[in-house]
Design a protein around this ligand. Structure first.
Ligand code: S3P
Length: 429
């Protein structure tokens, strides 16, 4: 994809359904009794991988133009997979599914693409093993492919060293199949879609701030069954983030992004934009299906640097590449810290973000847990996405304000989370 600078992005857009929620609709629907009907499902490669995995375990999932119908078979209705379960590029598929597989009475193997098979799985293997699961890394390198065989699960108190919704969700899902109650504590609150949604599906799940108030816990006890639901997936704030950034940095722009999920555990980017002096207004705020939703109006703004650190990090972890692009166009210095988790995303995003910003002429210094960016001007460059969808999209926004042409290599990788990304852009031009 070749892009150049523009001005005046104006109009209304809506973004595809939330990726995290779309995955969970398929997973929870498959292990529920009855039908789960999903509207505004994200048909990105990651969520399609989740569908594929559950079909491999005997679940009938209908894909229509505007709905997905999951014919759930109940908590104990999955059948032994007919093939190796292929999670593709999706960490959410691999880690959440492992929690479900640990509680089954059949063996399974789970694998993914090169990127996924190099991401850490010990973070789920350790707590699952403590729960009595039999899970191992086939190549003994702490990564997928994973082999999971039946085990007798029991509840544990797990004090997670990382604020990760994938780890938390994996343990909670295994907890559905464990004897007794499973508790998880995390250093700061990660996205809570699993807690909100499993409650709707009928699970015995609770979440609360722990007594020392710096830690957050969730607990789950087994239940007899979960029950299919009708769900409308809100627009993905992680996809909206690219249009928020474009609206703020492209001169003479005004963009209305409709129906975006603004769950506080996901909406850190809004706070950062505000801290940077961004003109953002939330309109039509409402709650649908337990999730907060709003339309977001963004206007071109003169941004200034800020510090992004601490508890806010898990609420914007996937938006850091595009926040870095905004910082590169802001006046002054932006410091991003406490974000070492960036290193274990689809690529090492400290490296991919800073290398590509440098290629565009930005004064940026990588750090062990983030980066320091001195705002200024950007020049066109060839962007090495390393097949990371968020790098492709973040640097497509950078291209819109850079002098000269920018080439996004392997831009097709946007299909992972936002197959219509470039079409939506054209709508605004
Ligand atoms: C996700 C959790 C986050 C996020 C990922 C989706 C989820 O990962 O980066 O894109 O749906 O639970 P971690 O749990 O590894 O932080």
């Amino acid at each position: 994809m070749e892009l150049c600078s523009i001005t005046g992005l104006r109009g209304k857009v809506s973004v595809p359904g939330d990726k995290s929620i779309s995955h969970r609709c398929i997973m929870f629907g498959s292990i529920s009794e009855g039908i789960t009907e999903v509207h505004n499902f994200l048909k990105g490669a990651d969520c399609l991988a989740t569908i594929r995995c559950f079909r491999t375990m005997g679940i009938d999932i209908e894909e229509n133009d505007d709905t997905i119908i999951v014919h759930g078979k109940g908590l104990h209705g999955l059948s032994a997979p007919t093939d190796i379960l292929d999670a593709g590029n999706s960490g959410t598929t691999a880690r959440l599914l492992s929690g479900i597989l640990a509680g089954q009475t059949f063996e399974s193997k789970l694998s993914g693409d090169e990127s996924l098979n190099s991401r850490p799985m010990k973070r789920i293997m350790v707590p699952l093993t403590q729960m009595g699961a039999n899970i191992s890394s086939i190549l003994r390198n702490g990564c997928a492919p994973l082999y999971i065989s039946p085990g007798r699960l029991h509840g544990i108190h797990y004090d997670s060293p990382v604020a990760s919704a994938q780890v938390k969700s994996c343990i909670l899902l295994a907890g559905l199949y464990a004897e007794g109650t499973t508790f998880i504590t995390e250093p700061t609150l990660s996205r809570n879609h699993t807690e909100l949604m499993l409650k709707e599906f009928g699970a015995n799940i609770r979440s609360s701030h722990a007594l020392d108030s710096t830690k957050v816990t969730a607990s789950i006890s087994p239940c007899r069954e979960l029950y299919g639901q009708k769900i409308t997936v809100p627009g993905d704030i992680s996809s909206a983030a690219y249009f928020i950034a474009a609206g703020l940095i492209v001169p003479d722009s005004e963009i209305l992004i409709e129906n975006v999920g603004i769950n506080p555990t996901r909406a850190g980017i809004l706070k950062v934009c505000e801290d940077m002096g961004g003109d953002i207004t939330l309109l039509n705020e409402r709650i649908e299906g337990g999730e907060k939703i709003a339309d977001i109006l963004v206007r071109t703004s003169k941004l200034h640097g800020t510090t992004v650190e601490g508890d806010i990090i898990p609420t914007l972890i996937d938006e850091i590449p595009v926040i870095a692009v905004m910082a590169a166009m802001a006046e002054g210095t932006t410091v991003i810290k406490d974000a070492e988790e960036l290193k274990v995303k689809e690529t090492d995003r400290i490296e991919t973000v800073t290398d590509n910003l440098k290629a565009m002429g930005c004064d940026v210094t990588p750090a062990g847990d983030g980066m320091i960016i001195n705002g200024g001007r950007l020049q066109g460059a060839s962007i090495h996405t390393l097949l990371d969808h968020r790098i492709a999209m973040a640097f497509s926004i950078a291209a819109l304000v850079a002098e000269g042409n920018t080439k996004i290599l392997d831009s097709k990788c946007v299909d992972v989370s936002y197959p219509t990304f470039y079409d939506t852009f054209e709508q605004l031009l």
